[in-house]
Design a protein around this ligand. Structure first.
Ligand SMILES: [Zn+2]
Length: 216
């Protein structure tokens, strides 16, 4: 099937999860306006869709000698689990944790318990949900190299910025960089369309939930 048609089907699936928002009016963190937006947290909320998307990524890398699926983050880990389940070699699924070092730089760290799986140069498939800057994937690549593994590829749901690339084969279900506008040139502003503040505005502080506990 034509890759453009396939991509449209995949985009349709992500649209049905509620993560892909279209025909709306958003203000991105850069200040530019857009008609489309991807809300990462919603992409893996429908298990049947997550499994289906994981199947497609696993199928793409089915001929590759994959020993480990490596992810970081909740959404990517749900997807990574599904990829591992669907890959014919039944690779083991592991994750790294994102944290900031002393100088505030973000990095990924492998839990000590998973280090045992890096004995003997394992072949690693990195799975990520949404790729924007590519920094997280680059952190995972660095981690695999440092531990003596080999990256066989990277599988993702959506690459948001096309110029982001890696030294290893990337397979993305959707490769769409949607158009953005300055407020002055924004067609939605011109039409007087209200701005959707639900997804990108600063979170409203919430009162912490009080849990009653019985006095011991
Ligand atoms: Zn606008």
């Amino acid at each position: 099937m034509d890759s453009e048609i396939l991509e449209r089907i995949n985009r349709g699936i992500i649209l049905r999860t509620g993560a892909y928002l279209t025909n709306d009016h958003f203000v991105l963190p850069t200040g530019r306006h857009a008609q489309e937006f991807v809300e990462k947290a919603l992409a893996t909320t429908e298990p049947a869709f997550t499994e289906g998307l994981g199947d497609v990524i696993a199928k793409h890398f089915a001929e590759e000698p994959v020993d480990l699926i490596l992810t970081t983050g909740y959404g990517a880990s749900l997807l990574g689990h599904c990829v591992a389940r669907a890959h014919p070699l039944r690779p083991r699924f592991i994750y790294a944790n994102k944290q900031r070092d002393g100088s505030g730089v973000s990095q990924v760290v492998l839990p000590r318990e998973f280090r045992q799986y890096f004995v003997g140069n394992p072949k690693v498939l990195i799975v990520e949900d949404i790729v924007t800057t590519g920094e997280t994937v680059k952190g995972l690549i660095k981690l695999v190299k440092a531990l003596g593994g080999t990256v066989v590829g990277i599988g993702t749901l959506w690459r948001r910025i096309r110029k982001v690339s890696f030294k290893f084969p990337l397979f993305t279900l959707v490769d769409r960089e949607f158009p953005t506008y300055t407020p002055k040139n924004c067609p939605m502003c011109r039409r007087g369309m209200p701005i959707n503040r639900e997804f990108l505005s600063a979170p409203v502080p919430q009162k912490p939930c009080r849990v009653k506990t019985r006095a011991s």
